[in-house]
Write a new protein. Structure first.
Lengths: 277, 446
């Protein structure tokens, strides 16, 4: 490391502080709102004058939020699982095999990842209505898998490329079929990559709002972010600011836990991925 | 147990590159055959084809009498040791060694028994529950060997298994490989680029160059009777010295002096049509003239030269002297050898000759010395085809120092062979240099 002058340190410190403050102040404001009493919502003070759990009680005591929370978890986990399984197979093929249409597959995956979701909402709505998938779990799982796959294929193929080719040759000579070699040798070594991919896909599903609000109509399949939009105040003219803030805090907690626990894994997995025999 | 028969096996990669060109090789049951050659000569491709990891473009491959061209590796009953060992990092040593048996659905008790026996042979018993990452290089290498042994396959294939070890351990493991092969009596095909390994290990050695099999024979045969320039230069360390020569009236003029050829040898060379030849002399064909008895002298010539470098190994003394530059020889094979040994990159400008002398010599570095070279041991090559012309005339090929084939110490000679591409304008220098005393070094030392 080069020696830093005090001036550099001060300027870097200031810049970092400003960036972090810009990012965190809205979040802290949200937390503050969540703990404020309904009457104090418009109070401009940052720290609530009176702390209350009322907003949390309110949202967690009705199925208006609990059920969507369960939907979010269920849909997210199932979509993640399917996406990772399919993506690992596809990524293996992309990384290892030569087959006709390979570059087309990679191109298509990239295209899907780039496609604006809003342009697909209307066609998806019509298709799902026709197929009876509208407002069901599969109705969200299928598009989530589709949008999670490109991400998964790209991340995982990078991991597979890192695994020495000779390991697979060794497995073949040891008498493994290509499938056995994949399941017993390659997949265990790519596990860090799979965990990373799973986290990324799950976060995508968890945060997704546009499809969730467009392809659901009741709490039977509505996910948590979408359900917040349907919160209503005590009267037609009251904005449920407190409950919305509380719900936002609740759905942020899993993300924070994920990042705190898996941060090292994600970073280490993405940077090294190397397997030394 | 099985023999492996390659019949005109060819490998052409999808991009059109011909990696292996019609190789025919019989590996007998229980035989230890080494495939040796510089990197990129196709030796690993041959091994991969035997293992079933690469498709065979044409030709047939039989293992134990059965054609296995289209069989998957798992149906060929062969075990392979890879250069990188390819140990499964997520498995313990025990699991690594038992993996093949587990796939074959062998009962767990049998697996344990076999793994433990192999571990005993390889001295790995106390490491069985460790993972490859926690083992030293030598231990990993032994695990890789163990993984092959446990299978009790019909043949072992080894792809440069020792090249990732340090020099000392390599020598130890070399002995170990040899011991294991004799103990198990299993057919083994071993690929290496190290000619010392090839000479010390194999029953028979197959030398390859650019996808073509050059010569197959016992180590001694390859050393004493190389069929061409490439084999001659590749086998032996320090390598054979090459210089150009011109044949005139039964006398071979070289920069060292004039050799009188026997009639048979002369006929052979003249029959090949060339007046210009490449002369090959092994370092041990030279001797300090003072130590050569009067009886032996007439079979060779003496010459004076200035010794550039002298290296004493105790048992032997290596001396290096430079030859005149315009006497440089040039042939595709020599150029490739130089590339392979890294000689081409060291920028040697003169053509250095290395001679191995008796330890009793009194020759000093930097002084002039009188050396004697044995004419009977000389090899004569056709510069155009690289063919060894002296093989037909037997008295030329099996002279002097041939008995030391296996004892030749490893020696990192930097630039002993005369092969500097830039030095020679023509394929062979045409001007013949007459007297023996003309061999003094020219002014152009590196």
């Amino acid at each position: 490391m080069a020696v830093t002058t005090p001036r550099q340190r001060v300027s870097w410190g200031t810049t970092n502080f400003v960036v972090i403050a810009l990012a965190l102040i809205p979040v802290l404001w949200l937390v503050s709102l969540a703990f404020k009493t309904p009457t104090a919502v418009l109070d401009p003070s940052f720290v609530p004058a009176q702390w209350t759990w009322g907003n949390f009680h309110q949202i967690l005591s009705t199925s208006q939020f609990i059920r969507p929370l369960l939907n979010s978890i269920g849909i997210g986990l199932i979509a993640t699982f399917i996406a990772v399984v399919l993506a690992s197979m596809a990524a293996y093929a992309v990384a290892r095999l030569r087959f006709p249409g390979k570059s087309l597959l990679i191109g298509m995956a990239l295209l899907i990842a780039m496609f604006p979701i809003i342009s697909l909402v209307t066609p998806l709505f019509s298709i799902e209505r026709a197929l009876g998938l509208f407002n069901t779990w599969p109705g969200l799982i299928i598009p989530y898998v589709a949008f999670g796959l490109p991400l998964g294929i790209y991340t995982l193929s990078a991991f597979f490329r890192e695994i020495p080719w000779e390991l697979e040759k060794a497995a073949k000579v040891d008498g493994a079929t290509p499938f056995q070699a994949f399941i017993r040798v390659i997949a265990p070594l790519a596990a860090p990559g799979m965990v990373t991919t799973a986290i990324l896909v799950f976060l995508f599903c968890w945060n997704e709002f546009l499809l969730a609000i467009s392809l659901t109509s009741t709490t039977a399949s509505r996910t948590a972010p979408a359900s917040i939009a349907y919160f209503s105040g005590s009267s037609q003219f009251t904005v449920p600011t407190g409950p919305i803030a509380a719900a936002a805090v609740v759905i942020t907690i899993p993300i924070i836990i994920f990042v705190v626990f898996f941060q090292r894994r994600i970073v280490a997995g993405l940077t090294s991925g190397a397997v030394k025999g | 147990m099985a023999e492996i028969v390659l019949d005109e096996v060819t490998k052409r990669f999808p991009d059109g590159a011909l990696a292996v060109d019609k190789i025919s090789l019989d590996v007998g049951d229980g035989e230890f055959v080494i495939l040796v050659g510089p990197s990129g000569c196709g030796k690993s491709t041959v091994l991969n084809m035997i293992a079933g990891l690469e498709d065979i473009t044409s030709g047939t491959l039989r293992i134990g009498g059965q054609v296995v061209n289209n069989k998957t590796p798992k149906d060929r009953d062969i075990a392979m040791v890879f250069q990188s060992y390819a140990l499964y990092p997520h498995m313990t040593v025990r699991e690594n060694m038992g993996f093949a048996l587990k796939l074959a659905k062998t009962p767990q008790a049998t697996i344990n028994e076999k793994v433990e026996e192999a571990a005993r042979i390889l001295d790995l018993t106390q490491h069985l529950d460790r993972r490859p990452a926690n083992l030293s290089g030598g231990q990993r290498q032994r695990v890789a060997m163990g993984r092959a042994i446990v299978r009790d396959p019909s043949a072992f294939l080894m792809d440069e298994p020792l090249s990732n070890l340090d020099a000392k351990l390599r020598v130890q493991m070399r002995t170990e490989v040899s011991r294991i092969q004799r103990r198990l009596g299993t057919t083994m095909v071993y690929v290496t680029h190290d000619q010392t390994e090839a000479l010390t290990l194999g029953d028979r050695v197959a030398v390859m160059r650019t996808g073509v099999l050059q010569q197959v024979g016992s180590p001694k045969e390859l050393y004493d009777r190389p069929v061409n320039l490439f084999v001659a230069g590749f086998i032996g360390s320090p390598a054979m010295n090459f210089m150009s020569g011109t044949l005139e009236d039964g006398t071979l003029h070289t920069s060292l002096g004039d050799f009188r050829l026997s009639d048979r040898l002369r006929r052979e060379v003249e029959h090949a049509g060339g007046r210009n030849v490449i002369v090959g002399l092994r370092p041990e064909n030279f001797e300090d003239a003072a130590l050569v008895s009067a009886d032996a002298r007439p079979s060779g010539i003496t010459f004076r030269t200035s010794i550039d470098v002298l290296e004493s190994l105790g048992s032997d003394v290596f001396v290096y002297f430079t030859q005149e530059r315009e006497q440089g020889v040039n042939a595709a094979e020599l150029e490739e050898l130089a590339q392979d040994s890294g000689r081409a990159d060291t920028g040697a400008s003169g053509d250095t000759v290395v001679a191995r002398l008796d330890a009793a010599t009194r020759i000093r570095e930097g002084r002039d010395a009188e050396l004697w070279v044995d004419g009977r041991a000389m090899h004569i090559f056709d510069p155009a085809t690289g063919r060894n012309l002296s093989l037909g005339a037997d008295d030329g090929g099996s002279g002097g120092g041939s008995s030391s084939a296996q004892a030749a110490p490893r020696h990192a000679a930097p630039d002993q062979a005369a092969s500097d591409q830039a030095a020679a304008d023509d394929a062979v220098a045409t001007g013949s240099v007459g007297g023996a005393s003309d061999a003094s070094p020219s002014g152009e030392v590196t």
